[in-house]
Design a protein around this ligand. Structure first.
Ligand code: PMP
Length: 277
């Protein structure tokens, strides 16, 4: 496969970066994951908005204009396929290892494209566990520094679960690599945006679909207690879409089957994807 690195399109095995890259030494960088359906990038302006917000938060000037990104990423797509672009920008290669920002260095820009492989068993629902949210205070930045997320996800996988649902001060924040929704007393609820969660693009699409289809929803905090008795729990992300959780901490969610609100939203999401591509 061909990848993009600093202005060039190269075979994957020829794309090389320095060991002094600050992404490698410090995790000093940010990323985006952008899905493409039938070969067309989905919600690109929203992904670029979030990319620019992440860059601003880490005080890195955007190496390209908004208009340039599409032209850089589109050559990586295979026509007609469902794929996703991984785009990473680090602060660049510094002359030496020093925490403070180096002067006059160029960011490293890397992008690759991979097929979207639907999560097996998604339509029958997955298991999740709740874990203490051990991440840092700036979870709204899509930072490449993912050690806490990785340890949390692995803890879930070790217990036969698909995702770790994170809990901070008695309230649910999000999954290790996903946003969370719950149906509580007939209302679709997701935690409000803030520094505790990543502002998911899939999350916003779902809220938009709820609004336009008269599905009652609210952006509100969800206590762990409320989650334990939720009618439905979903996890959302660009590559996995909307995953129903049917078992939480070894207890069934409702009757242990994906619920009616998920059925409806899943259908609306598929129609919305088709209409966009
Ligand atoms: N939260 C976290 C921590 C994530 O890593 C992700 C993306 N994998 C999401 C939420 C979902 O965001 P999006 O819908 O934009 O993929």
């Amino acid at each position: 496969p061909t990848v993009y690195l600093n202005g060039q399109y190269l075979p994957l095995d020829q794309a090389k970066i320095s060991v002094l890259d600050r992404g490698f030494l410090f995790g000093d960088g940010i990323y985006e994951v952008i899905p493409a359906y039938a070969g067309r990038l989905f919600r690109l302006p929203e992904h670029i908005d979030r990319l620019e917000a992440s860059l601003k938060s880490i005080r890195l000037n955007s190496p390209h204009s908004r208009e340039q990104w599409a032209g850089i990423l589109e050559p990586l797509l295979e026509p007609g396929q469902d794929q996703y672009i991984y785009l990473q920008i680090t602060r660049g290669v510094a002359p030496k290892r020093d925490h403070a920002f180096p002067e006059h260095i160029e960011p490293t820009v890397f992008a690759m494209c991979s097929p979207i492989v639907p999560l097996s068993g998604r339509d029958s629902g997955v298991k999740a566990i709740t874990l203490d949210d051990t991440r840092w205070a700036l979870c709204h930045i899509k930072a490449i520094t993912l050690l806490a997320n990785i340890l949390l996800r692995q803890n879930a996988v070790d217990q036969g679960c698909t995702e770790a649902i994170l809990v901070k001060d008695g309230y649910v924040t999000e999954g290790a690599a996903s946003n969370i929704f719950a149906v509580l007393d007939g209302i679709l609820v997701t935690p409000p945006k803030g520094e505790e969660i990543l502002p998911g693009i899939t999350r916003d699409v779902i809220l938009e679909l709820a609004r336009t289809n008269d599905i009652p929803y609210s952006e509100d905090i969800i206590s762990l207690e409320a989650l334990k008795t939720a009618d439905e729990i979903w996890l959302t992300s660009s590559t996995r879409e909307i995953i129903p959780v049917v078992e939480l901490d070894s207890e069934p969610v409702s009757d242990g089957k994906p619920g009616p609100v998920w059925q409806k939203m899943h259908q609306l999401y598929q129609e919305f994807k088709k209409a966009q591509s």
